[in-house]
Ligand binder design. Structure first.
Ligand code: CA
Length: 222
């Protein structure tokens, strides 16, 4: 299996290359965007490891271009940009996974193996209209905005978005979020009302959480 390593720092690249080769991978090193495009064009690759800050541009350009070309090449972003937005942006633009620098070699190898087993976009992304939920990261995005959301509200939104247009009763929501047994009908109602105002505050439009009297709640498009 051939891994394209796109990284402009020779020390990091060399270390990674030695490590990956000792695991039996063939490693091709690109120290710039230009060389990454050339190698991607010529070689049959199994996976790419992508640094974001490169001498001749952003790793996002590589990601965007190959996805626009319809390539499903598994891509793991390797980034020093630890802020949540760049990670989310990478996943939204079609990266399969990401690692933050500094990283452990063992973890990176585990992620490479997992990504190779599951080369398509991670299933833990749920998209419904303009709403994007990154389940593992517990992040909710609407268009380009991250919705500020509390733990229980996230659980409720997740339960609703997994079955849009379906009436979800309170008992189900209590089960989904109330593992510690402190959740009651009225608590659900108050979480829902907070969730509604958070969505509204973040400019989420075109969808709403309707109350269906005596039955529960339904997430729907409006
Ligand atoms: Ca770099």
């Amino acid at each position: 299996m051939t891994i394209l390593l796109i990284e402009d720092d020779p020390a990091i690249a060399r270390g990674l290359q030695v490590n990956l080769e000792s695991e039996g991978y063939r490693v091709l090193w690109a120290n710039s965007l230009k060389s990454a495009f050339e190698i991607n064009h010529k070689e049959k690759l199994s996976l790419a490891i992508l640094d974001l800050g490169l001498i001749d541009g952003s790793g996002f350009d590589f990601l965007r271009t190959v996805r626009e070309q319809g390539s499903r090449l598994p891509i793991i972003i390797l980034t020093a940009k630890t802020d949540e937005d760049s990670v989310v942006e990478g996943l939204q633009r079609g990266a399969n996974d990401y690692m933050k620098k500094p990283f452990g070699n063992k973890e990176l190898l585990a992620r490479i193996k997992a990504t190779l087993r599951e080369p398509h976009l991670r299933e833990n992304q749920i998209r419904w209209g303009d709403l994007l939920i990154l389940v593992d990261q517990r992040v909710v995005r609407f268009k380009d905005t991250t919705v500020d959301i509390q733990r229980r509200e996230f659980d409720i939104l997740l339960a609703l978005v997994e079955k849009p247009d379906v009436i979800i009763n309170r008992e189900y929501l209590i089960q989904q979020i109330g593992k510690d047994g402190e959740i009651f009908d009225r608590t659900i109602d108050s979480h829902i009302s907070h969730l509604r105002s958070r969505l509204k505050k973040s400019g989420v439009n075109g969808i709403k959480i309707s109350s269906v009297y005596g039955l529960g709640y339904r997430l729907e498009k409006v």
